[in-house]
Write a protein that binds this ligand. Structure first.
Ligand code: DX5
Ligand code: ZN
Length: 226
């Protein structure tokens, strides 16, 4: 996929009704979602606990969409095989949690899934510079990870722009994804800065009409302000 392709919308199920997860995923799939974003939190790397491989396995049975699994956990290496076998398509790890990031990225690929890397808002982008040629997805966090419904950090826009330049510099075809505080009113700026994948949790799952919200996000993303 090139940077000129259409934007992809990835609803984050963190803000879905967990008691009706299958139905929620079916609804966003029918509403035009492109991927399902699954937030894995370990209560250690981030101060929250969420889902593990059994949830990914359950989701795999109810959707054909790619499962974009965001691992907010220490020692993700221990669980890569389990998440891959459960049906993840992308496994994205945090550079802050991976002292041997190159090894971890190779291990993801050896599982037969696509490799993503991400970093917290205060981590310099240069921490990912050497690994860019190896990865399929780069995720820019636009909130401090751990919770849905936080406000988009404005400094993220410049980080997206700079990461887009870094990807161009190494002629990478990795997807550039942004996660945290994405709403209809900032989607245009985020895409103009260089994002191709918009993760949106509360914006979609706390709305009344998922189809209308996904449509509005996509329409906003395609609106270029000069
Ligand atoms: C935050 C998670 C996000 C979160 C986004 O730690 O990684 O994926 O669910 O939620 P919103 O879109 O509500 O900021
Ligand atoms: Zn996420």
């Amino acid at each position: 996929m090139s940077s000129s392709s259409a934007v992809l919308i990835a609803p984050s199920i963190l803000s879905a009704d967990f008691g009706r997860l299958a139905e929620e995923v079916s609804r966003v799939e029918a509403a035009g979602a492109d991927m399902i974003h699954v937030d894995v939190m370990d209560g250690h790397f981030v101060p929250n606990l969420t889902a593990g491989p059994p949830i990914v396995e359950a989701l795999r049975k109810v959707t054909r969409l790619p499962l974009d699994v965001h691992l907010m956990m220490t020692n993700p290496e221990v669980f890569l095989t389990a998440f891959a076998q459960a049906g993840a398509n992308y496994l994205t790890v945090h550079v802050e949690a991976c002292p041997h990031l190159h090894r971890t990225v190779q291990a993801i690929k050896e599982c037969g899934v696509l490799a993503g890397v991400t970093l917290n808002p205060a981590t310099p982008l240069s921490a990912l510079e050497e690994i860019l040629p190896e990865v399929d997805l780069v995720l820019i966090m636009s909130v401090n990870p751990g919770f849905g419904g936080q406000h988009f950090l404005p400094a993220s826009l410049d980080r997206i722009r700079r990461m887009r330049q870094m990807l161009l510099h190494v002629q990478s075809r990795a997807l550039l994804e942004v996660d945290g505080g994405i709403k209809v009113d900032n989607a245009s700026a985020v895409v103009q800065a260089g994002a191709q994948v918009l993760v949106a949790g509360s914006a979609i799952f706390h709305s009344q009409d998922y189809t209308a919200t996904i449509h509005a996000l996509r329409a906003a993303a395609q609106t270029i302000h000069v």
